[in-house]
Write a protein that binds this ligand. Sequence first.
Ligand SMILES: Cc1cc2nc3c(=O)[nH]c(=O)nc-3n(C[C@H](O)[C@H](O)[C@H](O)COP(=O)(O)O)c2cc1C
Length: 170
Amino acid sequence: MDVMDAIRTRRSIRRYKAGEIPDDDIIKILDAARWAPSGGNRQPLTYVYVKDPQVLRMVKNCSPGFYGDAYSAIVIGAQGRLGYIELLDAGFAAENILLAAHSLGIGSCAIASFNRDAIKKILNAPEDWEPILLISLGYPDGTPRPPPRKPLSEVVYINSFGNRWERLGG
Ligand SMILES: Cc1cc2nc3c(=O)[nH]c(=O)nc-3n(C[C@H](O)[C@H](O)[C@H](O)COP(=O)(O)O)c2cc1C
């Protein structure tokens, strides 16, 4: 799948079909995360892949934003105080995960609505490790309609703030 196609057709999946995701595909997806850009190439992120159904259920139970019967989930986190760079790194890594999964026919959804302390306990994480984002994974049960995006003319300026770019119309 072409990168632009992947970007345009990826959707947040909140309904999943039953079906096991091969570990090899998950490893490809995690490798895509590993290759994401990282501020100063510090690579502060660690990932916990949750596929044990009991652990997954506990993760889901403390995550109000987690919808659907996902096959598994990835928890992205970092050691130490979460600063700007860690959060940006997690965003880049997450997008690589979402796009890599989509390119393999696997649905996903980024989830920021979860209980941090509960997730740390469930995962047996060290005290100074903070979860940043969860990503649910599974085979999509249907393709959601794309939620609308603001037009480019509304979000892009040229050369100075507030200066509309005529080529974008609007
Ligand atoms: C930082 C972040 C946090 C999100 N948290 C949640 C969440 O907790 N639960 C959820 O169902 N979707 C969550 N989403 C998914 C967004 O709702 C979704 O990306 C947006 O509605 C656009 O839809 P699309 O991804 O299908 O294009 C999150 C997305 C981002 C980037």
